[in-house]
Design a protein. Sequence first.
Length: 182
Amino acid sequence: MAFLRFSRDKRGVENFYLVQSTTNRRGKVRPRVLYWFRSPPDVKVGREPFDPEVRRALEAQNPDVPFDWRAIVETPIPSADADKWRERRRAERAAKHALAEEESADEADGQAETSADPAAAVGVAATVIASSTVTASSTVAASADALAVAAPLVVAQPAPGAPNGGTSTRKRRRRRGGRDAH
């Protein structure tokens, strides 16, 4: 029994395929295209995909295939509006990204306020320590402690295998059976 397949590409070109399922000698079922009709989108003039001449020609070329023309012609064709899902999906995705960027900007503002507080605390602690009347050695020790608590010291180390002085601890192993083994 032949059946109708319909597709529409991204430009809106409509393709009507009259397909029959065939079985080969090994028992595998594959579709066989009997007829293909291509049309620009929303055409109101011109011929129909299955006019009487085409029906007669298909029946003459494929006498062993049963055609149910009523079911083929009455097959519902999806509207072109249903294919707007790409645009709708892109709009949803853009709205989702905008919301995520807005939230990350709000979080960045909150982090900027909290990161400003330790710097202000270090400045206040240094001012308080410098203005106090304690000995110089205790002032230096107290300011060093305040700075160590507020901003821990981070030392950048080169990555292993880096060209600027880092050395790799991994060694390459040769495989057996290279080019010379044959």
